[in-house]
Ligand binder design. Structure first.
Ligand code: UDP
Ligand code: MG
Length: 148
């Protein structure tokens, strides 16, 4: 089944939003397949955001990501990449709909609380980068109550 990489950024951790955010993905019916609290260094953050290295906000973005611990997660489920991005909301919280994570909990684009992979291909790359160890393999006994 499809997997995505979700990261609660340092502001989300500092603001005590970890439980709330995990709860939203759990209650939707997605399965948690990897989870760790981790501080990353500059070169790791630059690698994660390598595609954005030419952007004017790149240095600020890297500073933001290394400013405190983050919660790195793998979530699994049907269409979890696209649906995960909908749960997260638009990049700029000023444009994120109420009911989305950024719409409910963020104000500024450079403090938008959470990251989610933008495609199945980037999800694969990001999961490989953040979870080089083999993630735990488990199956939810609720599966037939969530999928027809
Ligand atoms: N970002 C920023 N200024 C911008 C655009 C993006 O600070 O003008 C930050 C923001 O935290 C965003 C991250 O860079 O979440 C990655 O940008 P991307 O376009 O990939 O947005 P996302 O996929 O996170 O919605
Ligand atoms: Mg992105």
């Amino acid at each position: 089944m499809e997997q995505t990489f979700i990261m609660i950024k340092p502001d989300g951790v500092q603001r005590g939003l970890v439980g709330e955010i995990i709860g939203r993905f759990e209650k939707k019916g997605f399965y948690l397949k990897g989870l760790k609290l981790i501080s990353v260094d500059r070169s790791f953050a630059e690698k994660h955001y390598a595609d954005l290295s030419a952007k004017p906000f790149f240095n600020g973005l890297v500073e933001y990501i290394i400013s405190g611990p983050v919660v790195a997660m793998i979530w699994e489920g049907k269409n979890v990449v696209t649906t995960g991005r909908k749960i997260i909301g638009a990049t700029n919280p000023a444009e994120s709909a109420p009911g989305t994570i950024r719409g409910d909990f963020a104000i500024d684009i450079g403090r938008n609380v959470i990251h989610g992979s933008d495609s199945v291909e980037s999800a694969r790359k990001e999961i490989d980068l953040w979870f080089p160890e083999c993630p735990v393999n488990w199956h939810s006994s609720l599966h037939p109550w969530i999928y027809e």
